[in-house]
Design a protein around this ligand. Structure first.
Ligand SMILES: [Zn+2]
Length: 456
């Protein structure tokens, strides 16, 4: 039995702080969920502490999922995308509305889905989730779900907040009533007492076909004065681009019967929303698949406060096509080319409506497999240190910090992983850690369930 007042030592083959050199045969000292030491020479004061050896593991900063919709986490499999994005939206609305039939049950089902999504994310080693949040929603659901996870863990080494959720309240103005309701909801959440399990609330004007320029402008102003994240779906599908440009195509069938002339007049192009977002404290664009070269140049200029969140498996689910030349379509998101331009990227899972699970590590491995020219360290930064720094949470999540919580991720390494030694080329380490056979989990679950040896 571990005395929970005593620090514990975790030894692993590799500790990869990401913002510093890899540490072979590294040590981590954790005291009731707070990091006390990280390095390869264990200080004398900790030598008599209880020690766990995680053989065959690397320890990374906690993973940051920069785009998710937890409300769809009870879907067993993604909704078919066929060849039409509006058809998928229609299926999504049917699914959501099926829960609204009984108002008593709506909150119950929603809460169960969110709770399940939080647990699933946690078990994959994700420690921070940026969530697109719609009503009904209650911060108490998050608090309770995180408390329940914490209750199953050993307090000797588990962080008190094993995972945190950052809600970004979705704002749409396809009708006045809808806007008033979502603004009132956002204002209530913005004024709610802060919880350490809930990240600082952000604003999410939904998309350029559901939120007018007026809404985006309002969110950007609030973002600046309140220092909050703004996030928006922009240029996601070719159907959307066709409708915005010419008001025709399959989006017309979906939106034609819903949108009033007044709202249509207030809609803006993706580039106009993008321009407004440059003024936000921090802004992320979800997907951005079909942003123009001019839009991308703006993103590169504003990379201090703007980034794209790419969701690799969702991108593949929809079969988005990119045209380097008029007749050659590629299913590969032009990540390398955009990074070359200076456009900042993070990774997200999107939701279970377009992805089989919420495992962010699988997204990173997918990027590794699809984009051989991108250095593995850059991919790892997108889901840890760089995302955490951008979101303003690097003191607590997405990094390994002394006095910070031990909300870290353990990666189970394959047999062929380089033997821990300071002479191994660091790029080889990062490449190998993203190889297809690796698996991620929260550090405390790796200690509790892994093949570790308790040394003392
Ligand atoms: Zn999304």
């Amino acid at each position: 039995m571990i005395d929970q007042r005593e620090p514990v030592v975790v030894a692993a083959d590799w500790v990869l702080p990401i913002d510093a050199e890899p540490i072979p045969n590294g040590f981590l000292v954790v005291d009731r969920g707070t990091i006390q030491f990280v390095g390869n020479q264990l200080p004398t004061e900790f030598r008599s502490a209880k020690q766990f050896k995680l053989t065959g593991y690397a320890i990374l900063p906690g993973l940051v999922n920069s785009h998710c919709h937890l409300e769809f986490s009870d879907l067993v499999e993604p909704l078919p995308a066929s060849d039409s994005f509006p058809d998928w939206i229609r299926r999504l609305l049917v699914y959501r509305n099926s829960k609204n039939e009984d108002p008593e049950q709506t909150g119950f089902a929603r809460r169960a889905a969110i709770t399940s999504g939080i647990r699933e994310s946690y078990e994959a080693g994700v420690r921070w989730v940026v969530d697109m949040t719609t009503q009904p929603w209650d911060p108490l659901w998050i608090d309770t779900a995180v408390s329940e996870i914490f209750g199953t863990l050993s307090p000797a080494f588990a962080p008190k907040n094993p995972i945190a959720i950052q809600p970004c309240i979705e704002l749409l103005d396809i009708s006045k009533n809808r806007l008033d309701l979502s603004l009132a909801f956002a204002s209530k959440q913005a004024n709610a007492p802060e919880s350490t399990r809930i990240g600082r609330m952000g604003y999410a004007p939904h998309a350029s076909y559901t939120a007018s320029l007026k809404v985006t402008q309002l969110c950007v102003e609030l973002s600046r004065t309140e220092r909050r994240l703004v996030t928006m779906h922009l240029a996601e599908s070719l159907d959307e681009m066709e409708w915005l440009d010419e008001r025709k195509g399959r989006f017309l069938e979906l939106l034609g019967p819903i949108l009033s002339d007044e709202f249509l007049d207030a809609l803006g192009q993706n580039s106009e929303h993008g321009q407004l977002l440059t003024k936000a404290w921090r802004a992320t664009i979800a997907h951005g698949n079909y942003l123009s070269q001019v839009d991308l140049s703006e993103l590169a200029i504003h990379s201090e406060n703007m980034a794209i969140v790419h969701c690799p498996r969702t991108h593949r689910h929809f079969g988005h096509r990119h045209f380097a030349h008029p007749n050659t379509a590629s299913l590969r998101y032009p990540l390398g080319e955009r990074m070359e331009l200076g456009v900042r990227h993070f990774l997200g899972t999107d939701s279970r409506a377009s992805n089989p699970d919420l495992n962010l590590w699988s997204e990173a491995k997918r990027v590794r497999a699809e984009h051989p020219s991108i250095p593995s360290l850059e991919i790892l930064k997108m889901i840890t240190t760089d995302a955490a720094e951008f979101l303003g949470i690097a003191d607590r999540y997405g990094a390994i910090r002394i006095e910070g919580p031990s909300a870290l991720t353990a990666i189970k390494l394959p047999e062929h992983f380089p033997h821990p030694s300071s002479s191994v080329d660091t790029n080889r380490i990062y490449d190998a850690v993203l190889s297809p056979e690796t698996e991620s989990s929260p550090l405390e679950l790796a200690i509790a369930h892994g093949p570790q040896v308790c040394m003392s």
